[in-house]
Ligand binder design. Structure first.
Ligand SMILES: Cc1cc2nc3c(=O)[nH]c(=O)nc-3n(C[C@H](O)[C@H](O)[C@H](O)COP(=O)(O)OP(=O)(O)OC[C@H]3O[C@@H](n4cnc5c(N)ncnc54)[C@H](O)[C@@H]3O)c2cc1C
Length: 435
């Protein structure tokens, strides 16, 4: 039987494995195997909410093993470490237990494939800035988002304790990178702050400060979106008391300060790095597969590696042309469209038909500005380009993006049941996790 191995069960990989499992796996026409280094899936665009404590991670994780069972594919828990293109095998690292007892859970393993699909996503790119990797926290994984949440909580609690001893009650937070992740996190932190004040983890309004500074090297925040969206977002952030600094690149990150090119020194109890991405380093070591300067696999219009037609790559870890000189952007929206394309293309390939060419359609972008607002542009019904949306309407549309992902991987009924359960669980509980 044809073996399709998908490495990476994120926004794109999980959707593809689910669709292929439901269609080919169920009918016994192909063996579908999903490999991920984590045992559970969390939709990455939710991570800023995890970091700000406004999302219950347990309620939003999909356990791969159970999901695989229900959708007729096999899940392998492991981390990609090597590739043998001639032998059509991948190698997975040995896995040690998470309790740090040093016991091996899985030895090094080798998996055969007929078709390999790489969907490993991306990581933070520190661009070699001094001290950034050591002193700043990132938002690449659920563990990092949880670590950031705990760090923020402890910093606030400590500052409150110091204040009761007569010292000033203030917390400085520097967010580096004015893209969607930095903006959304900055806005979400305001919700965290007000809940902390409500429950006494921070001093009441007017008695202490949580100073959030958003630092962007370019001329405006959200540089890939329209100037109108940038301006509107900046106004909203400033009205929330968030300082927005542009045209001043960060040059140095130390434990308690961030230095910029202009010589400014920003005090920061917590520094978060949200500026730029690169694909995982392992991709640059895979048996001669062509990659670009940020480790993304170079793919053709059909999402096949330029080096090997039996290997496909998509999502954040692939470099795929769009229009003109532009590349398909690293977004959940793109990973979803590519998963749909590959679902058809891989079946066509098995039947000996043409694979086709992937066409990315920009349906717009939405940026969340906290609990009840968002801003962005969405594709209009008629062919008049994207239209600007803001406020509650944009916020509802933003919330709909996650529900769409859930529907794609879990089906309509599970999505609806999950939504109701989530609403019930939230009733009467603090809006932000306090422990
Ligand atoms: C905080 C935040 C907010 C965002 N908000 C938005 C948004 O609002 N809208 C939007 O469109 N996009 C958003 N994005 C970007 C979006 O999350 C990504 O573009 C999208 O998740 C990419 O999907 P993917 O399938 O390529 O990779 P991912 O979803 O990152 O999945 C990669 C998977 O590969 C696994 N993996 C990695 N390395 C290995 C390995 N060596 N072996 C095995 N498995 C491995 C990982 O565990 C993970 O499950 C946001 C990103 C962040 C961080």
């Amino acid at each position: 039987m044809h073996r399709i191995v998908i490495v990476g069960g994120g926004a794109g990989g999980l959707e593809l494995a689910t669709r292929l499992g439901d269609r080919l796996g169920k009918a016994g026409r192909a063996q579908i195997i999903l490999v991920d280094r984590c045992p559970t899936h969390v939709w990455k665009p939710l991570l800023h909410e995890v970091a700000a404590g406004s999302l219950d991670t347990h309620a939003h994780q999909i356990t791969y093993a159970a999901h695989a069972h229900w959708h007729h594919f096999e899940f392998v828990h492991g981390e990609l470490a090597g590739l043998d293109r001639e032998g059509r095998t991948i190698r997975l690292n040995a896995m040690m237990d998470s309790e740090e007892r040093g016991e091996e859970v899985f030895p090094v393993r080798v998996l055969n494939y007929d078709t390999l699909v790489l969907a490993l996503g991306s990581r933070t790119n520190f661009f070699g800035i001094a001290g950034a990797e050591r002193n700043a926290i990132t938002l690449d994984t659920l563990e990092q988002a949880e670590r950031l949440r705990k760090h923020l909580l402890q910093t606030c609690v400590r500052s409150r304790a110091l204040a009761s001893g007569g010292k000033e009650d203030s917390v400085g937070i520097a967010i580096i990178g004015g893209g969607a992740t930095g903006v959304e996190l900055a806005a979400e932190l305001r919700r965290m702050e007000s809940t902390f004040r409500q429950f006494g983890l921070l001093a009441p309004e007017g008695q202490g400060v949580m100073k959030v500074t958003l630092l962007e090297a370019g001329e405006r925040i959200l540089p890939v979106l329209s100037p109108k969206i940038s301006e509107s977002t900046r106004t909203s952030l400033e009205s929330m008391g968030i300082e927005v600094s542009v045209s001043d690149a960060v040059t140095d990150v130390s434990t308690r300060t961030v230095r910029t090119k202009s010589g400014r020194l920003i005090p920061a109890d917590v520094t978060i790095w949200a500026a730029g991405i690169k694909a995982p380093d392992v991709l640059a070591t895979l048996d001669g597969l062509a990659v670009n300067r940020i480790n993304q696999i170079k793919v053709t219009g059909s999402l096949q590696s330029e080096t090997d037609e039996n290997i496909f790559a998509f999502g954040d870890c692939a470099s795929c042309s769009w229009t003109g000189n532009r590349m398909v952007p690293p977004r959940a929206q793109a990973a979803h469209q590519q998963a749909l394309f590959l679902f058809k293309a891989l079946r066509a390939r098995m039947e000996g038909s043409a694979v086709g060419v992937f066409q990315y359609k920009d349906h717009g972008s939405l940026v969340s500005l906290g609990s009840s607002s968002a801003v962005g542009s969405v594709a209009a019904v008629a062919n008049i380009g994207n239209v600007f949306v803001k406020g509650l309407v944009a916020n509802l549309m933003y919330a709909g993006l996650y529900q769409k992902h859930l529907m794609a991987v879990s089906g309509m009924w599970r999505m609806v049941v999950g939504l109701i359960a989530h609403g019930l669980r939230r009733a009467g509980a603090p809006r932000v996790k306090l422990h």
